[in-house]
Ligand binder design. Structure first.
Ligand SMILES: Cc1ncc(COP(=O)(O)O)c(C=O)c1O
Length: 450
């Protein structure tokens, strides 16, 4: 980043032209955090069409764990595309799908026979995990959590917690979805253990007051809540939840879409707690940007729905499967889990310093390289400061850092930096982050971020 400038006047001219076309022809329902357009990307750096180069702390929302434009992945995509792009697995099968299923069952948690099936998006995989769970158990109800995010389709939107912008005016929602509290020690004013105990007790109460346990097909949980604000399940909570599931014959489904593939310092976030989910949902960093998702789990459960009940035209596309196989080769060769722990340590150390300096920083949390800070107006009341979060974002973008938010109150700054980021890039990104935070946190008399 020797050519790194300290302040970008964005959007630049070319981005402004594209923005005008976008505003005319693209529906506004799809929003964009930044006002610039990408030209190329490499590792943990993205360049926009006006030549501005950014350290990427978002990784396309947790998709680029192995980095942008890895030659091994690009080559696998090109070679597969040259052979055939699509036959539809439901019409004529192809080897990359089978090879990927073989590899995925080996690396996902669970020391029992497993099978896998592939889809396109994360939401589609969640939908199908629910279908499989319902078919296998013959039960209708699904339990999800406060602050959960599972996607934007009807079922996954229903399972998602945050109302605006995800659900507002998009009802009626799917039936038989119940919501339990998720341990969020910071906002529950509890220790992690107290929050965990409370949430397990609440589930037992739900079985009395809301839905009979024998009607519940599955509990679906993000081991580290993503969109909801980067809340890791406290140590031991997932194990306690699994025990509760076993007691009531309920399937335990881990949504590892954002937390998987070494993001949290282990291959999957449930590994921290030694939990073996009945089904695991994967997407995002599985195929380094190619649209691919999957459900993997106990062979008997996965085989419950009969032939023809699952799938889709593009599901498990061969080019996407080839990309995923190349990604898995990289995960085998390099210890990204260790790198994620290292990155997480560096980030949270810096964030803790910022917390000491600025009262705006209410909470610092995360697991490995999935780290975040939560901004508040007042530490005593914990009133969320979404406005400050937006200001920090804009200041960061202008200084060459791709940064995104999360949180029920839009006040969480989250890091999903590609795990191939160099130490120098990471430090530069954190320097920019710190500067962006300081211009917002220091006396609001600062009239300009330039
Ligand atoms: C935990 C989790 N589940 C599901 C989804 C939905 O995935 P997709 O956007 O690919 O449909 C996401 C996306 O951010 C996610 O983070």
């Amino acid at each position: 980043m020797a050519d790194h400038k300290t302040y970008f006047d964005i959007p630049g001219e070319k981005s402004r032209e594209l923005l005008a076309r976008r505003q005319q022809f693209v529906a506004r329902g799809v929003s964009s955090t930044m006002s610039v357009f990408a030209a190329k990307a490499d590792g943990a750096v993205i360049e926009d069409v006006d030549g501005n180069r950014y350290i990427d702390f978002a990784g396309g929302i947790g998709v680029m764990n192995i980095g942008h434009s890895r030659p091994e992945v690009v080559q696998a995509i090109a070679e597969q595309a040259a052979k055939y792009v699509h036959t539809c697995f439901s019409v004529m099968m192809y080897e990359p799908y089978v090879a990927l299923a073989e590899r995925i069952v080996q690396i996902t948690p669970g020391d029992f026979p497993k099978k896998a099936i592939f889809f396109n998006s994360g939401a589609e995989a969640v939908e199908n995990a629910v279908k499989i769970a319902r078919y296998a158990t013959g039960k209708p109800a699904i339990i999800t959590f406060d602050n959960a995010y599972h996607g934007r389709t009807l079922m996954t939107m229903t399972m998602t917690s945050k109302v605006k912008p995800y659900k507002h005016r998009f009802g009626p929602f799917a039936p038989e979805v119940y919501r339990a509290p998720f341990p969020y020690p910071y906002r529950m004013n509890m220790t992690p253990q107290e929050a965990s105990d409370y949430c397990i007790a609440e589930l037992e109460r739900m079985f009395v007051g809301e839905v009979a346990a024998d009607q519940v097909a599955a509990i679906v949980i993000e081991p580290v809540q993503g969109e909801g604000g980067f809340m890791p399940a406290p140590a031991g909570f997932l194990r306690a939840l699994k025990t509760l599931c076993e007691k009531h014959a309920i399937l335990f489904i881990a949504d590892e879409i954002q937390s998987g593939f070494c993001r949290t310092g282990r291959m999957f976030a449930v590994d921290h707690d030694g939990v073996q989910p009945d089904l695991t949902i994967i997407a995002k960093s599985l195929a380094a940007g190619m649209p691919l998702s999957g459900v993997v789990g106990r062979a008997d459960i996965m085989d419950a729905p009969p032939p023809g009940t699952l799938g889709g035209t593009y599901s498990g596309n061969p080019v996407a499967c080839a990309a995923a196989l190349a990604v898995l080769d990289l995960f085998e060769k390099e210890d990204y889990a260790a790198r994620s722990r290292e990155i997480g340590h560096i980030i949270t150390h810096r964030f803790s310093q910022l917390q000491q300096r600025y009262s705006l920083v209410g909470d610092v949390r995360g697991l490995g390289g999935m780290a975040a800070i939560e901004l508040v107006r007042d530490r005593a009341t914990k009133e969320p400061d979404a406005h400050a979060a937006s200001e920090v974002l804009a200041a960061a973008h202008h200084r060459g850092l791709v940064l995104i938010k999360a949180g029920m109150y839009d006040n969480v700054l989250r890091i999903l930096v590609p795990l191939v980021v160099t130490d120098a890039q990471l430090q530069l990104g954190l320097d920019i982050f710190e500067e962006a935070l300081s211009v917002v946190a220091e006396p609001r008399t600062a009239t300009s971020v330039s």
